[in-house]
Design a protein around this ligand. Structure first.
Ligand code: ADP
Length: 369
């Protein structure tokens, strides 16, 4: 059994896992090929997967439909078996584990699903109780634990309701309570917010973050939405065609994507776009009296630098703010600002120099007359 760690105080330094933290799940060159059925060719769903999930971390795997995400997560609870490489979970090599070994393992691994997978004929309390009944817990212990879990997920008043009487967000809260019933060390999330509206998604991700921090639970999630990664993950792996094309700390990958697939996933989530009325007029070369459009990227400590006033006071240029946004990624600020400054030299070079001296990324996108 996994003893819960002391809850972290709000706002205090919390035990967010670093890549150096001891791994709880390790994929080593893992591959998975599904055999061809009825004359069809075999399908290699995963190839050469190297992925480490640190204990207490939140690791997100993002990819399009068919990329191999479900296969990857199903390997971790033994619903699929690897056909190449090694998979280690809590220092146990599970690659060749038999079914009874997997039954024991699954008690330490909770899972939540896109469509919640609740039993419609059971009440909320009885859904949450199910894994405890299967584990052979005593009635009194089950009652106590279910009460505690429903309080944790904010559903104390819904114990006697049936799934059909709940909203999507409430159903997923039941799913989370049920997944935590046997005090697992790992929670697997299979597109857990994909069926929810954005506001409910935010609430469920906040609840997952809370159980990660307060219970020290490790979370491995799969998603096709970068917003989910941005809101909750410490680390991210981008998967395409069965291989990981990019991985690293969520902040680094989201602010400096290296692979085009990552950049595409990011388009809707970070970064600002030029308003249409300016985008149409953007030209590569300056013209008399044009303005240079400069994209300034703020990361980490510089996200709140007083850039505009510094440009005014140090090099005496007038700056137009065209668009901007500041976000938090893995709890660190990240922002982008589009500004307009006079296109002529040496003004543009002076502006870029001043911005870079503040350790900000600055790039001229073009010029508008
Ligand atoms: P994702 O979750 O990213 O949509 P999947 O892991 O479901 O991706 O699928 C990856 C690839 O493996 C796809 O080409 C899919 O058709 C194939 N696949 C998944 N499950 C099976 C299976 N049981 N038998 C054969 N092929 C499968």
């Amino acid at each position: 059994m996994n003893a819960p760690v002391k809850p972290a105080a709000f706002g205090a330094a919390t035990a967010v896992a670093t890549p150096q933290a001891a791994p709880i799940i390790r994929f080593e060159q893992v591959g998975k090929t599904y055999p061809g059925r009825r004359g069809q060719a075999a399908v290699t769903a995963l190839r050469d997967i190297d992925l480490t999930v640190p204990r207490g971390g939140v690791v997100g795997v993002i990819g399009r439909s068919g990329a191999g995400k479900s296969t990857l997560i199903r390997l971790v609870n033994g619903l699929e078996r690897a056909t190449a490489g090694r998979l280690l979970i809590e220092d146990e090599d599970v690659t060749g584990l038999d079914e009874s070994g997997w039954r024991a393992r699954r008690r330490r691994t909770g899972m939540i699903f896109q469509h919640f997978n609740l039993l419609s004929s059971r009440t909320v309390a009885d859904n949450v109780a199910l894994p405890l009944e299967i584990a052979g817990a005593k009635a009194e212990e089950i009652r106590r634990r279910v009460t505690e879990l429903l309080a944790l997920v904010g559903l104390d008043d819904k114990a006697g309701r049936y799934p059909a009487e709940l909203s999507g967000g409430q159903k997923q809260r039941v799913g989370i309570a049920r997944a935590l019933a046997t005090r697992p060390s790992i929670l697997l999330c299979d597109e857990a917010t994909s069926a929810l509206d954005p506001e409910t998604t935010g609430q469920i991700l906040a609840l997952l973050r809370k159980v990660n921090r307060e219970l020290g639970l490790t979370i491995l999630l799969i998603t096709h939405e970068m917003q989910v990664i941005k809101e909750i993950a410490d680390q991210v792996a981008v998967i395409e065609g069965g291989t990981i094309v990019e991985q690293g700390g969520a902040f680094d990958v989201l602010t400096r994507p290296q692979h085009p697939t990552t950049a595409r996933f990011l388009e809707s989530v970070t970064g600002v776009t030029l308003p249409d009325y300016l985008a149409h007029r953007l030209q590569a070369a300056p013209s008399p009296c044009s303005s240079a459009v400069v994209r300034v990227t703020f990361t980490g400590g510089n996200a709140t630098a007083p850039v505009i006033s510094r440009l005014g006071s140090t090099i005496g240029v007038d700056v137009n703010i065209l668009a901007g946004r500041i976000d938090a990624i893995a709890d660190r600020p990240f922002g982008q600002l589009l500004i307009g400054v006079p296109s002529e030299e040496p003004t543009v070079s002076a502006v870029l120099g001043a911005l870079r001296s503040l350790e900000l990324d600055a790039e001229v996108l073009g010029h508008v007359a």
